[in-house]
Design a protein around this ligand. Sequence first.
Ligand SMILES: *Cc1c(COP(=O)(O)O)cnc(C)c1O
Length: 357
Amino acid sequence: MSIFVTKSFLPPLEDYQKLISQIYETAILTNSGPMVRELESKLREYLGVEYFHYLTNGTIALQLALSAMDIDDGEIITTPFSYVATTSSILWQRCKPVFVDIEPNNFTIDTTKIEAAITPKTRAIMAVHVFGYACDVDKIEQVARKYNLRVIYDGAHAFGTKYKGRSLLSYGDVSTCSFHATKLFHTIEGGACIVRDKSVSDKLELQKRFGHNKDDHFMLGINAKQSEFHAAMGLANLPYIDDIIASRRRICELYDSELSGVVGRPKAQENLEYNYAYYPVVFADEQQLLRVFDALAKHDIYPRRYFYPSLNTLPYVDGTPCHISEDIASRIACMPLYPDLAESDVRNICQIIKDTL
Ligand SMILES: *Cc1c(COP(=O)(O)O)cnc(C)c1O
């Protein structure tokens, strides 16, 4: 059977069916029904946060983070090393992404280069906790305070990671998450905004459902509400989250022991409780990466070039060069990682990599 970079976790079918039967009884399918409210309350508790909005996906979460803070023009300082949604959400909100290069240890935005990119038009910093590794949140907070900027974290990979004892998603003015089927914790499709201030949270609450409350229309809005069926999948998955992270950890440790000294690896910062969301490896150069991909494909194994290309090179942005991001993007890939990936498969993957190199 083919091995892909990831495989969605599915809870026992009976667990999901039980919740679906409840939906059939109430016939409430959406509009903040009981499943959505219960999932929100459980996730608030799990993450230890106060203002949490469950949304249709992680991309709309980024767009709403900007609009709820009235950021609809100007420049947003961001990272070129991410999934395209980080950049596209900025452009979709009619703002300009200004790319700051990454630091080579864990591929997050290089905080020593942020100040030089700030102009009178800068409104916010949108940084990414790449692969679940933490940005330098303390330094980013400090720069944002100094220049009166908002901070948004794209935490699509950060579910389950803690930094200094707190969920990594509790940092910044708004942190977003994705619960897409390929992510560590999923609700098939889904996302969230975790908000620091009540005023921003109240605005987001209205904006996510068309900007009105009954017949009172307050502001321009959009539809980012999530359905009861999606929430039910989240409720069925959540009890397994610790097991999911523990299995991923075992697989990552096996990769580590087999590949140590063979490929480059990110360095986690201190005070980080990692979630083992991805297993990125850095090759010496792109040719090496392509040779490994060819060899693995012959065994029906498909890792993914993630992230590639560096977002400052997208055809629809005017990107300044970001040498470190472009270099890393050309030779990094994520290896297969999911809870029921067999140990023998991991050993096999590592052997093929070693034989190729
Ligand atoms: C997956 C992902 C998103 C988008 O989330 P969706 O739920 O798929 O819309 C945004 N940013 C990053 C870094 C991601 O990996």
